[in-house]
Design a protein around this ligand. Structure first.
Ligand SMILES: NC(=O)c1ccc[n+]([C@@H]2O[C@H](COP(=O)([O-])OP(=O)(O)OC[C@H]3O[C@@H](n4cnc5c(N)ncnc54)[C@H](O)[C@@H]3O)[C@@H](O)[C@H]2O)c1
Ligand SMILES: [Zn+2]
Ligand SMILES: [Zn+2]
Length: 361
């Protein structure tokens, strides 16, 4: 029997979001219905609402979520009703070329639920990132459910489902930050701060946080930054060089997604260092660099998609580290809100003091 629950939809380009009744079908083979306990508000949800991702309105928003599996379709064995899970948007297929080569984090055939959730009148909804978790219950592919230690609080766990994983993974998986490395992170929102926390976890000796907002820099220090640079008044490339004995950082993580900050990252690294772009640019942005500098400075210029994470490997490990007190995921939760406050949370995103608003059910 399909169920009716409350969920937040984006009805059309730039229209305010609203709470509607959502019809959630019973899971078929390969699918699961999850009772959502918490879901963070991510910038990507705002992009969906603004029409920046696709025109497939109406969207069912929300994708940084944790909850409990309520029911599974026939033949699903990896998760069972009652399991505490974090939802992921990388349910790998196991059969594509990337998966077969042992690099499943590049899987290009990831799974989502096949059935559609709908409005009461039958209008099909497009779930954000194939999840749609600003809803009391949601239908996903079973592979989108990653079991983790249930003693963690859902509002903290859910954040690993997107932005925090993207940042930690940008440092650890993509940037390969290791013991003794110097790291600079440009842009200290939720993603940049997670890159700072990940760098600390990996044993970086020096972590330089760069932002244009002092409140963000203060928070970055709490996350593990050893030095901060406000690039509104100071040239960040020079400042980073000065703080690294004149060399530049071994790894520079760009977590803004703009050409000028990418250039800063490019020049702020040591020779043969690594740049990781985790910030997402818009289609009209262009980058111009002397090709000789690209050659002459060597090293690696990488992009990080979802922190190059493999949810089944990374989520349980990071939750365990959190429970051991080695990774303060709670520090990313600025406020908890109700389902009907998502629109307000979007407005607050532009204020400097919010890392994550989290809807709790
Ligand atoms: N690659 C991925 O898989 C992935 C996943 C999630 C989010 N993202 C992207 O990561 C980026 C950051 O996300 P977020 O949630 O942290 O956003 P956010 O808005 O919370 O943080 C951005 C930060 O950058 C700072 N900033 C803005 N302009 C700057 C400049 N010129 N110099 C230095 N700092 C500047 C802001 O003050 C803010 O602190 C976004 O582009 C987002 O789309 C990527
Ligand atoms: Zn695959
Ligand atoms: Zn997200």
């Amino acid at each position: 029997m399909a169920q009716q629950v409350r969920g937040v939809i984006a009805p059309g380009k730039d229209q305010p979001v609203r709470v509607e009744t959502i019809v959630v079908p019973d899971p078929r083979p390969g699918e699961a219905v999850v009772r959502v306990q918490a879901c963070g508000v991510c910038h990507t949800d705002l992009h969906y609402k603004q029409g920046g991702i696709s025109d497939d309105f109406p969207f069912l928003l929300g994708h940084e979520a944790a909850g409990v599996v309520e029911s599974v379709g026939e033949g699903v064995t990896d998760v069972a009703p009652g399991d505490f899970v974090i939802l992921n948007w990388r349910a790998v297929c196991g059969h594509c070329r990337a998966c077969l080569r042992g690099r499943p984090w590049y899987c290009f055939d990831t799974h989502n639920a096949e059935q559609k959730m709908t409005l009461l009148d039958g209008t099909e909804l497009s779930p954000a990132l194939g999840i749609g978790a600003f809803a009391e219950k949601t239908l996903v592919a079973a592979g989108q459910c990653t079991k983790v230690d249930p003693s963690v609080s859902p509002q903290v766990a859910g954040l690993l489902g997107c932005g925090v994983m993207a940042g930690i993974g940008a440092a650890i998986n993509t940037g390969n930050v290791g013991r003794g490395d110097t790291v600079a992170v440009i842009g200290c929102g939720g993603v940049g701060d997670a890159a700072i926390a990940g760098s600390r976890l990996a044993g970086a000796a020096r972590i330089i946080a760069v932002d244009i907002d002092d409140r963000k820099l203060e928070k970055a220090r709490a996350m593990g930054a050893t030095h901060t640079v406000n690039s509104r008044g100071t040239d960040p490339v020079e400042a980073i060089r000065e703080l690294t004995g004149g060399f530049g950082a071994d790894v520079v993580i760009e977590a803004v997604g703009r050409p000028e900050t990418y250039k800063q990252a490019f020049y702020a690294r040591d020779l043969a260092g690594t740049v990781v772009l985790v910030g997402v640019p818009t289609p009209e942005m262009k980058l111009e660099l002397p090709l000789l500098d690209v050659f002459g400075r060597g090293g690696a210029l990488k992009s990080s998609w979802y922190g190059d994470c493999l949810p089944s490997r990374d989520f349980p490990m990071l939750i365990d580290l959190h429970l051991q007190g080695r990774l303060d995921l709670g520090a990313f939760v600025t406020e908890t809100i109700a389902l009907d406050e998502v629109e307000k949370a979007f407005e607050r995103m532009h204020e400097g003091d919010v890392l994550r608003s989290v809807v709790v059910f």
